[in-house]
Design a protein around this ligand. Sequence first.
Ligand code: ADP
Ligand code: MG
Length: 212
Amino acid sequence: MSDNSFATLKLPQAQLDNLDSLGYVGMTPVQAASLPQILDEKDLIVQAKTGSGKTAAFGLGLLDKINPRFFGVQSMVLCPTRELADQVAKELRSLARCIPNIKIVTLCGGTKLRPQADSLEHGAHIVVGTPGRIQDHLSRQTLDISQLETLVLDEADRMLDMGFQDEINHIVRETPESRQTLLFSATFPDSIKKMCRSIQKDSITVKVDAEH
Ligand code: ADP
Ligand code: MG
């Protein structure tokens, strides 16, 4: 077994078979550097370039903790834009093919609130969306994240550049302290460092320069 084989991880056989069927032959460098700790439920800061496979790094981590029998929001991924949220949801759906009855809901602006609220009411395991729309649902009490286990901030530097700091703070306050918090960013300015200190516990920093 090569060092970058997904089989070196503590993943269910069904997921290893699924990764095989997706043509994911081995882990990318960022996946190899972060997945063992992510699966160990540690808080991580991951700095790596676009296209390095960060979605599967957090996706495999959060899916591993999902209880499909509990219809409450257990994982949430915050993204800067609707396009990115759609891409993340698509990748998560591929990775979740081996877990029956997983419901993933995207919550972004530019779409009516009501259908999103109805969808949430029928039970969702994973929410992917933009901070503004997620905050809207929280203030209308159409979204409950009090049982959240995994919070992911994807492209965190872009979210801060777009002025989402207040929304992020508001969202984090509605999640349990016991959550796992994973933060992904292409750059690591002081504003990101400051936010990490306030929302993560004993986080591990993983920096990967190489492209895969
Ligand atoms: P990032 O978020 O780092 O920009 P993505 O997570 O969007 O990158 O991944 C980029 C592309 O690589 C996607 O099309 C994804 O399906 C693919 N990919 C991710 N992990 C692997 C892997 N281990 N093997 C092959 N392709 C992969
Ligand atoms: Mg990405």
